[in-house]
Ligand binder design. Sequence first.
Ligand code: AMP
Ligand code: ZN
Length: 438
Amino acid sequence: MNTFQYWKPEIEKMAREDLLALQLQKLKTAVGWALRTEWYGKRLPAAGIKSPDDIKTLADLRRIPIMEKKDLRGSFPYGLLSLPLSDIVRLHASSGTTGIPTTIYLTAADLDRWTDNMARCLYGTGCTKDDVFQNMITYGLFTGGLGLHQGGERVGMMVIPAGAGNTARQFKMMQDYGTTVVHATPGFLLHCESKMREEGIDRSKLKLRKAFAGAEPYSEDTRKRIEQLLKIDVYNSYGISEMNGPSVAFECQAKDGMHLWEDQYIGEIVNPETLEPLPDGEKGELVLTCLCREGSPILRYRTHDITSFYTEPCACGRTHRKLHRFTGRSDDMMIINGVNVFPSQIEEVVMAMPEVGNNYLIVVEKDGSLDRLTVKVEAGPGIFTDDTRQMTALMDKIKHTLSATITINPKVELHESGSLPVSEGKSVRVLDKRPKDM
Ligand code: AMP
Ligand code: ZN
């Protein structure tokens, strides 16, 4: 039996009605922040919200227009900034964007709130200051690296900013420093396990006991598989950069659903077609309102992630509602080894190259535990030759141009003009062959 531990028990176990009152108060504050931005400065008054006092109950949330990724891009770079740049101390940007990244800006107070929310998540899984935390995820603009890093430090753990990839180096650090907790994508954790076996690393000599896994969807079976193979506890972590990244929702020691921190975010589940709210417990698209970021306030943001709320309370006693494991997306975004990729990004790159013909196909499949992306393109008329050197050079060029945009390395195949399948109806541009086991 677990002894549950709480970072902010007075908030985490707050009575529901107090929590809703707190949400309302914070929503008003967030609306005040938003009104100062160029984007909301026009749209909120048009919806009849001219001041925070126009928000009288939580139901007034519905009067706020829903925001899409394209709106964020459309307001790039500073249309959603609510304060002068001199008040901003950090920016982050989402992966999976073309020329215009979806960028968020944080003040020192925002950063402090995010760090504390992160510490709440990590402490809630049973971590303490005695843990050694190896953060095996990408640092940089991606929020997963610095987000968990800061939270780990706030808990008091010793954080190793390992970054993603390079299993040999990761294993060396685990052995040298006695790592007890890691953070990675679920795919990388499975990959680590097979590499450990290949390299004859003796698991019993490692001190590993926990992992936080997120950034991409995975099934309960995958969680169990990682837990059994690596003999650790795995906790699901959900984040989206527009909402600060990780710390939006996280599993507690009950390991059954992720608590959405409702004092920091308001979650709605809507019908992805009509955007109308769905009754509690029904599955739909998650729309999130950020209550904890002044630098770039974002209200009612379409995540495109499909899930539902638990209707039963959690064994841990926290009152913040839990989200079920995500089962998919309501758009065509693919997540490849934790990186967001839109088919349109690939199309833009290949179609801009004069050597490439009119047909292409994107194939995503499993290569061991990791994902592999192959982009098959037809050569333009008169381009395809038997000269392998020339063909390899062209494939390399396509590959490098693609990886500069999508930030992952695809495999590129060049096919003769007219040789890729042409569908009679709607073009099939993406073949996702990864098992759908959720
Ligand atoms: P990013 O903005 O780059 O952090 O990517 C956010 C997206 O990653 C989300 O909208 C989800 O589609 C996906 N994602 C993150 N964490 C999880 C998770 N635990 N389970 C499923 N999908 C996730
Ligand atoms: Zn719980």
